[in-house]
Design a protein around this ligand. Structure first.
Ligand code: DLL
Length: 435
């Protein structure tokens, strides 16, 4: 039987949800207009006033916000409540430019934790569970978000943070963790380490994992499910909209339900900004309708996605988003061809490699180069040099078929590609260094 944390909201009729969103949007636009001079200016420039926004049908009239607005307004320029009412700051894990700093009132923290509680309940979590949170704690939203959700549900919460993998596994077995929350790349690494420690999934009590914060493929889902003996569920979110829990997967494991009572989702054409009809592929845009301190309106996520309202077998009526299919800004253009790292990952896993790889893009004599370093497993490593060369050629062919361009493939020794305890670094684009 499917369990819900908040059945009234999660299974609300479309009509009632629209009514709720309409009311909340109208109030939110007024709140932002009156308290955030930066956004008021954007609205004034567009000739829009709060009176023009009577329902979600008017959403398209509002100006967009982008990461560059967040940088311009850093640190307090988008704050909509006095600092004395804020109780928390979180920040992006980004390593380039100024970090994004998000603010929360206690009300905002409560709503965020409710979203994460819905995600944990959707994977079967109850107060009988032991929930190991191995996302990073600190400024990154992963640890604090799932930690709060786990408390709300009443799970016994293990606030492990990421890293120290053998200790993670020791706690996991000693304390009988049943739910694991971390990035999918770290889950895959934990799976590898379990095997290396001479353990099998039967030695673990784990039943479910809640993995997100970075792109991962269906093939990777199956790998993780096998190596840990669990069901692996996706979770999505971004610092700008609070953190994990904006959307979460249910028992159907086919797309993530968006917490629409808090976030209105739109899909736009990333080039023109035009709102696209339901079912179209485009850039995901979110409007927070309940957040008090950092209420971003029409925030462009850069995540490329499709929304669907098809009936879900879990009974939830919340709109679903597919796995992000890449970002409008991290898509690689190599010799004029659009390349998403996930396409390469799919080929690697299909051909029996572990998802440990590093893509290096460079430009030599005005021509783009694509080098893909792929780690061999221990079993594959015992092959002769000749066998390895054959394997490299096979991979080159398979990738060429999918991408239409010729990569260089380097099969490297097991464990020679640095492991990540947070988000994996999959791409090094050296062209940016020359520009
Ligand atoms: O990654 C929040 C989070 C923490 C989500 C833990 C899920 C679990 P940021 O560091 O601000 O926040 O990064 C947000 O990460 O715009 C996406 O591009 C990417 N992302 C997040 N979740 C997923 C996912 C957190 N499930 C950015 N699949 C987003 C693919 C994801 N990409």
């Amino acid at each position: 039987m499917e369990k819900y944390w908040n059945p009234e909201i999660e299974c609300m009729s479309r009509e009632d949800m629209k009514k709720l969103q309409d009311e909340r949007l109208v109030a939110q636009v007024k709140h932002v207009y009156e308290n955030v001079p930066y956004y008021k200016k954007l609205m004034d420039e567009k000739g829009v006033t709060p009176d023009d926004i009577k329902s979600t049908d008017d959403l398209h009239k509002l100006p967009f916000l982008t990461k560059s607005d967040l940088r311009d307004a850093y640190p307090y320029g988008l704050l909509a409540k006095p600092l004395s009412e804020c109780v928390r700051i979180q920040s992006t894990s980004g390593t380039t430019g100024k970090r994004v700093v998000a603010f929360y009132t206690q009300h905002d923290v409560d709503l965020w934790e409710e979203c994460c509680a819905r995600a944990i309940t959707a994977v079967g979590g109850t107060n009988e569970d032991v929930c190991q949170v191995a996302y990073g704690y600190g400024l990154f939203t992963g640890g604090p978000g799932l930690n709060g959700g786990s408390h709300k549900v009443g799970c016994l919460t293990l606030p492990m943070s990421s890293g120290n993998t053998e200790r993670q596994i020791q706690f996991m077995t000693d304390l009988g963790a049943t739910i694991l929350c971390c990035t999918p790349s770290y889950a895959a690494y934990i799976g590898e380490t379990v095997k290396e420690m001479g353990l099998t999934p039967d030695d673990l009590k784990l039943k479910a994992g809640i993995f997100g914060a970075e792109p991962w493929t269906e093939e990777m889902r199956r790998e993780i499910e096998k190596s840990l003996g669990i069901k692996a569920y996706d979770i999505y979110g971004l610092t700008e909209t609070s953190g994990p829990g904006v959307a979460f997967e249910c028992s159907a494991q086919a797309g993530m339900h968006i917490n629409e009572d808090n976030f209105i989702a739109e899909i736009i054409d990333p080039d023109t900004g035009e709102v696209l009809p339901e079912g179209s592929k485009g850039e995901l845009v979110f409007t927070s309708i309940t957040k008090e301190a950092f209420p971003l309106l029409r925030y462009r996520t850069r995540d490329i996605c499709v929304l669907t309202r098809e009936k879900c077998s879990c009974g939830r009526t919340l709109v679903k988003m597919c796995k992000p299919m890449g970002r409008s800004d991290d898509m690689l253009i190599i010799r004029g061809v659009n390349v998403f790292p996930s396409q390469i990952e799919t080929v690697l896993i299909d051909q029996g490699y572990a998802p440990n790889y590093l893509i290096e893009v460079d430009r030599v004599n005005n021509t783009d180069t694509l080098d893909i370093n792929v780690e061999l497993t221990e079993e594959q490593f015992s092959d002769t040099v000749k066998d390895i060369q054959i394997k490299e050629r096979e991979l080159v062919e398979a990738i060429k078929t999918i991408l239409g361009i010729n990569p260089k493939v380097h099969l490297v020794a097991p464990k020679s590609i640095a492991r990540s305890e947070g988000k994996a670094v999959r791409v090094i684009d050296k062209r940016k260094l020359h520009d």
